[in-house]
Design a protein around this ligand. Structure first.
Ligand SMILES: [Zn+2]
Ligand SMILES: [Zn+2]
Length: 632
């Protein structure tokens, strides 16, 4: 719908008494400013009527001239909201007539059916935005939330420009194509361009974190055939570097548009991209392709979207994100292009199976013609054993190691596997009969990533959500100890324990430092629980390499002998195994007309495509990087 039309619809519906002063398309929302908010709330049908007619999210805010003084409003809010809510922060955002209220118990700020929210806006004029305080303090979250308010003016300008671009009359496109820019027949640097005559969208813009060589590490953006400022939107499926690690580069080279993703994905991007700036130089010996400033520019341009929300991201494309079950906030992307011209689903990374943290991936879509599906474990032999048995095996390896007086090192991604393993071990720790009572040290970004989990319990499985809400968070179990960079040697020289440290493929970070300290002692154990890229050190050790050449701090080459026990325990992956991938497609409603397998090593994508094609008796194949495929 064109902006002018929107304005007319609003003016037709809104009663004169509300005194509308402005109607704005602000990002994905239509915002109506009024002078008399009480009159607006006097008729509870108005908001439904507006949303129904505009088919967009509608916010009604109070005109700046009618807002209560900030100090006074702050006092008022404390009066209205019960102390039990434990408000930790109140920040005003005058550009938006909004007040951001962070509390440990947001439910008590909202009130039954939103009654307290309504009381806040009608008595102060400020529209409350309620945020959950994490139960573990998080500097990432704090920084991002502060900047949303501090950079209000810039953000407002940006959102208005996005809103203008989206609210135009939808042009009719006659074709749709996808261009494969990264992570085709490989894992890493995920990037797919979806293009029509009138829209250009990137789904994921990742890096390959195990290499610093630009031709292998970054997606083929230079082959898009247009400059970055011509892009309409970027969608990020989830907060892993191989899906979002290259997004700030876009802002360094001319892109100024939005990034659509969930709230947790935004926060993880901020956390891991900043960490990568340090890591790139140290572990890969390369200069990072972007700076801290580019990351800040990116974060300011994130437009968070909830699962299941249908949003217009260009005049002709509607996007909906669905739970992917992979890590917190991970999403599958559904695009509805044109008036029924084409429907497209990209799974991103996806788990269609049991994990302690998440519900399995969604399988119901309104329509699907083309499916892009990940194939990390798509090979015919990628079948994981019974999960319960694998948990028992992991714990008995740890116990055996402790009995010998050794320690167990588990290299993990900071986000995803580390939390899953923490929950597994915490479960054994709580059940006394298991006899598991070792301390579990977490290092690097694991703590900060876990803290982000505690701010968004609604993204987790119901029982984990309940535990966080009732102040019994598994991430804060007494078993968990936080390692500070300096005492790594002390931990290794100390009593038996478990160490969870990133990176998960031993490509740098604390896990490599621990490996250095632990490898030669045969009492210790190294356990792999996640995917190891063929280029990584983890893969080499997993395949039995015993002598690892290393460059010491003095620049001389020395050899690290792997005397420690090396084990792989599968089944904790956030990726679907072969059976789960096939089951996902079988359960998918409706069945797609064609399937493309992505995000898997060369043979696995092909293998999976063959089997999927045979199962649904439709086209299925594994495209290569740089292919362009016409979908419609
Ligand atoms: Zn992932
Ligand atoms: Zn991935």
């Amino acid at each position: 719908m064109h902006y002018k039309e929107i304005e007319k619809v609003v003016n037709d519906i809104m009663p004169e008494k509300c005194r509308v002063t402005k109607v704005e398309a602000e990002g994905l929302n239509i915002v109506i400013y009024v002078k008399d908010i009480r009159e607006f709330y006097a008729n509870d049908q108005l908001i439904k009527q507006l949303a129904g007619s505009l088919r967009k999210k509608v916010s009604v805010r109070v005109d700046a001239s009618m807002l209560m003084d900030m100090e006074e409003a702050k006092k008022k809010i404390h009066e209205i909201v019960s102390e039990d809510a434990q408000i930790s922060e109140i920040m005003f955002s005058p550009e938006f007539s909004e007040v951001h209220i962070e509390a440990l118990k947001p439910g008590l700020v909202i009130g039954k059916g939103g009654t307290i929210l309504k009381e806040i806006i009608t008595s102060t004029g400020w529209s409350p935005v309620v945020l959950r305080m994490p139960t573990i303090p998080s500097s990432t979250l704090k920084g991002i939330r502060k900047s949303m308010v501090a950079d209000g003016e810039e953000r407002k300008k940006f959102l208005i420009s996005v809103g203008k671009r989206i609210c135009q009359n939808a042009p009719q496109s006659e074709w749709v194509r996808a261009v494969m820019l990264g992570a085709f027949r490989e894992v890493g640097r995920s990037c797919t361009l979806v293009q029509t005559a009138n829209s250009k969208i990137l789904i994921d813009v990742g890096i390959n974190p195990v290499t610093g060589e630009p031709s292998k590490a970054y997606p083929y953006l230079d082959m898009m055939g247009f400059s970055l400022d011509k892009l309409d939107a970027v969608i990020v499926t989830h907060g892993h570097m191989d899906h979002m690690g290259f997004v700030p580069y876009l802002y360094a080279y001319g892109y100024e548009g939005p990034v659509y993703c969930t709230h947790p994905t935004r926060d993880l991007m901020g956390l891991l991209q900043k960490d990568y700036l340090n890591l790139a130089k140290k572990s890969l010996g390369v200069d990072p392709p972007y700076t801290k400033k580019d990351i800040q520019n990116e974060l300011k341009r994130v437009i968070p979207v909830e699962y299941g929300e249908v949003v217009d991201i260009t005049p002709e494309i509607k996007m909906t994100l669905y739970n992917a079950g992979h890590i917190i906030g991970s999403a599958m992307v559904h695009l509805h292009i044109g008036e029924g011209l084409h429907n497209f689903v990209h799974t991103g990374d996806m788990k269609f199976g049991y994990t302690k943290l998440f519900d399995p991936a969604n399988t119901n879509f309104p329509r699907v013609e083309t499916l892009f599906i990940e194939s990390t474990y798509g090979g015919r032999n990628d079948i994981t054993a019974n999960r319960r048995q694998m948990e028992d095996r992991l714990v008995s390896i740890i116990k055996e190691t402790a009995q010998r007086g050794g320690k167990t090192l588990i290299p993990v991604f900071a986000v995803g596997r580390s939390q899953e393993i923490m929950l597994v071990l915490e479960d054994y720790y709580r059940r006394e009969e298991t006899g598991f009572d070792l301390p579990v040290y977490i290092d690097g970004m694991v703590l900060e990533a876990s803290a982000i989990h505690t701010a968004y319990p609604e993204y987790l499985r119901k029982n984990v959500e309940r535990r966080i809400l009732s102040n019994n968070s598994p991430f804060e179990s007494p078993m968990i100890k936080v390692a500070k960079g300096t005492d790594r040697k002390e931990i290794v020289d100390g009593e038996p324990c478990v160490i969870l440290a990133p990176s998960g493929m031993l490509t740098g970070g604390p896990s490599v430092e621990y490996l250095n300290l632990m490898a030669e002692d045969e009492r210790n154990t190294l356990v792999f629980v996640g995917y190891q890229s063929p280029l990584s050190l983890g893969h080499k050790i997993q395949k039995g390499m015993k002598e690892i050449p290393l460059t010491g701090e003095d620049g001389k080459t020395k050899v690290m002998n792997i005397n420690m026990r090396v084990e792989t325990v599968e089944g904790f992956s956030g990726h679907s195994d072969r059976h789960q991938l096939m089951a996902f497609l079988k359960n998918l409603r409706p069945t797609p007309e064609r399937v493309f397998t992505v995000h898997g090593d060369w043979g696995k994508t092909e293998d999976l495509a063959r089997s999927m094609g045979a199962m649904i008796k439709r086209e299925a194949r594994a495209p290569m990087n740089l292919e362009a495929i016409r979908l419609k």
